[in-house]
Design a protein around this ligand. Structure first.
Ligand code: SF4
Length: 715
């Protein structure tokens, strides 16, 4: 085809969890352009700066950083050298088999990614739990969505976001918490703007310590102190109780545990919470009134929330305390209402659907449930799946540092940059005896630690499915051939599994991994969801192609997906009732003190994505913020005798980096904000996560990436 008439392939954006549909323009060999898919129900043709520059990440210039062939180093002293796939995978199978024979299955682990496609994820999960017999498979979704998942499960009974994007059109109050939606989920924010234009009476409350672009547009911005969300939500419920804005009929018919919660929130007067949160009493009372609409049940309230709630040592209870408000006011299960967690990555939800985490099994089953383990073993045709808890992300890298996990396979993620306490993570990668990194990019911080680097296909080069924030499953379609010798993640994992099975003398491996293409894997995954809350037995590739992206559940015989859950007030708990979780205010792990007086939060920039492996190859995406800068209040800059734009040393108890100071009105005195994206390439050694800490939530095991205490001084 000539450039004037490019070929076109419909697919999905590979960045955030909004899950926008894209049309890839190409000539069969090279991607030449991208535009929004007007038929996709997530974006109706729109794309943000990141999505609309995706084709620029596929130019020959930007491809120089791609991993194109396997590389192996025979020893840690030797440099990595090019090898062939057969040698590479034989070596990997031999190393893993040796460790398993000598130290048992729990001495190996997999650390995968919310950017893998569902089919990739499914194979890795089966490889670890079905073939090797370890639950040591966790994912970077642990850093992203796990508190949202445990929050839903503790309250509503299942990891299932109840609403949909279309609810924005029906809501009268949007409560955005811990989310700079305008930057992190830009196309969703366009839908919020559209909804406000259609309904000017709609209120928008933004809860965020920073005055972000999102907060700028709020009717009410609650600039609470970091980590004080529970006190705020408890106080809002206190006001609702006092004013009799709650809905006793709904509470009585569809929930349990309200009496305990009522006693808990009795203490949380607006005055008391105002003190904890750094807000005014009036702000809390106004938020309560708008959320509950002064008791008017004909109005609807929707909350959307993200990392500000999740990345906390009390992330699960941050989520639960907000969901309590929805249950108490019956703001759930109707158009325009409900708690809605925003997904950070394109397929964090798909990963949880296939059970690709240390605490889960296929089809939203729980690893610690004997019945669920038996169901999965039956589905896979194996005697049992392992019972012992797997290591979650932080625990896994601790185990590598301690020498108990001796071989690790890392796929599609860059933990040497994205995990908290970067120095410790890098020590873990050095200590681990055998590190496999399966990556599209050869220049990531983690790739440096690879004993074996395996090239992977990426966006535009691979096929499968992803699930976005509203439970909507979309196809991802290959448009151009794989570069160099890169292979699909699932294909490499299946090849490795068959070789490892041979090494271990397992005679069932071929039956466990019979797949010849992505659709074989998808069909097995769908069958594993039969009868579960996310049942997609009716959703074949053909249905997705004919009817377009669909929300789950979509059981066999259904004609369409389900926009809203819990409309009947019945919840997937043992009693059929949703559960209130009574929880108290808990502080951040690190308090500001005389030595580390600044409370630093982290977050996204508008035009960069995660560790910048992909967006960092596009010059135009640096126009918005070109270099690493720590955003500080002018008073803090003055107090330290600094100048705006000057290099400063930022130090926490775990490490230090040097960046420029940026005077900013968006943060309060005593607080600072550092974008999460910058890694060692930009900062000459360490990145933002050299400063962050690994303490995590006891239920979700998600670390407190959002807050650390730092000192900032002249460089
Ligand atoms: Fe891609 Fe998210 Fe932007 Fe949509 S909003 S184009 S999914 S990065």
């Amino acid at each position: 085809a000539s450039p004037a008439s490019p070929l076109e392939t419909k697919s999905t954006c590979c960045y955030c969890g909004v899950g926008c549909g894209v049309i890839i323009e190409h000539d069969g060999q090279q991607i030449t352009g991208v535009r929004g898919d007007p038929d996709h129900p997530a974006n109706f043709g729109r794309l943000c700066t990141k999505g609309s520059t995706l084709h620029l990440t596929a130019t020959p210039d930007s491809q120089v950083v791609r991993a194109l062939y396997p590389e192996l180093r025979p020893s840690r002293e030797a440099p990595r050298a090019r090898t062939d796939w057969d040698t590479a995978l034989r070596h990997a199978a031999d190393k893993f088999a040796t460790v398993i024979r000598e130290h048992g299955p729990n001495a190996v682990a997999f650390y995968v990614s919310g950017q893998l496609l569902t089919e990739d994820y499914y194979v890795f999960n089966k490889l670890a739990k079905g073939l090797i017999g370890t639950n040591n498979i966790d994912t970077n979704s642990r850093l992203c969505m796990s508190s949202a998942a445990t929050g839903y499960k503790q309250t509503l009974g299942a990891d299932s976001p109840p609403g949909c994007y279309d609810d924005l059109k029906h809501t009268d109050c949007l409560f955005l918490a811990g989310s700079n939606t305008a930057f992190a989920h830009p196309i969703l924010f366009r839908r919020i703007e559209d909804a406000r234009a259609l309904n000017p009476a709609m209120k928008m409350i933004v809860v965020d310590p920073r005055r972000t672009d999102t907060a700028e547009q709020a009717d009410l911005h609650l600039a609470l102190l970091p980590g004080t969300d529970i006190a705020l939500y408890n106080a809002m419920l206190h006001v609702m109780l006092w004013e009799e804005w709650i809905k006793p009929e709904y509470i009585g018919a569809h929930t349990e545990g309200f009496d305990v919660l009522r006693r808990t929130v009795r203490e949380y007067t607006p005055a008391m919470a105002a003190e904890i949160c750094g807000l005014t009493k009036k702000e809390i009372e106004t938020a309560a009134e708008w959320f509950a609409h002064g008791g008017d049940a004909s109005k609807a309230t929707m909350s959307m929330y993200c990392m500000g709630l999740n990345q906390s040592t009390h992330g699960t209870h941050n989520n639960a305390a907000l969901i309590n408000l929805h249950l108490a006011t019956a703001q759930i299960g109707k158009p325009g209402a409900g708690p809605f967690s925003l997904t950070g990555q394109p397929n964090a939800m798909g990963g949880r659907e296939v059970g690709g985490m240390a605490t889960l099994l296929s089809g939203h089953r729980d690893m610690d449930n004997a019945e669920h383990r038996a169901e999965v073993a039956k589905l896979w045709g194996i005697p049992s799946v392992p019972e012992q808890a797997g290591l979650t992300a932080i625990e896994l890298f601790d185990a590598m540092a301690a020498g108990t996990v001796k071989a690790v396979w890392i796929s599609c993620t860059n933990p040497a940059q994205s995990m908290p306490d970067q120095n410790l993570v890098r020590k873990a990668l050095e200590t681990c005896e055998f590190v496999v990194v399966q990556e599209a990019y050869r220049n990531t911080e983690t790739a440096r630690y690879a004993d074996l680097l395996l090239p992977a296909t990426s966006w535009g080069e691979k096929t499968g499915t992803v699930t976005n924030s509203e439970r909507r499953i979309s196809r991802v379609i290959q448009a151009v051939p794989a570069p160099g010798e890169a292979r699909h993640d699932w294909d490499t994992a299946v090849d490795f599994a068959r070789r490892l099975g041979n090494e271990l003398g397992d005679t069932h491996t071929s039956a466990l991994f019979p797949y010849t293409n992505e659709e074989d894997i998808w069909n097995e995954h769908r069958e594993s969801t039969r009868g579960r809350d996310l049942d997609i037995t009716g959703l074949s590739y053909a249905t997705l192609e004919q009817q377009g992206p669909q929300q789950w559940p979509f059981p066999q015989g259904a004609s369409g997906g389900k926009a809203r859950l819990y409309e009947d007030g019945i919840y997937p708990t043992a009693s059929g009732r949703a559960k209130f979780v009574a929880t108290e205010h808990k502080d951040t792990v690190e308090k500001a003190d005389a030595r580390y007086p600044i409370r630093m939060t982290t977050g996204r920039l508008r035009d960069q994505w995660h560790g910048m492996s992909r967006t960092g190859t596009v010059a135009r995406l640096y126009a918005h913020e070109a270099e690493p800068m720590i955003h500080m209040h002018a008073a803090d800059i003055d107090r330290r005798g600094l100048k705006d734009g000057e290099l400063v040393r930022v130090k926490s108890r775990r490490g230090e980096i040097v960046v420029k100071a940026l005077a900013s009105e968006t943060v309060r005195p005593g607080q600072a904000f550092l974008p999460m994206h910058w890694g060692s390439n930009a900062l000459g050694g360490l990145g933002t996560n050299a400063l962050t800490l690994k303490s995590f939530d006891p239920y979700s095991k998600q670390p407190e990436l959002k807050h650390s205490a730092v000192q900032i001084s002249k460089y």
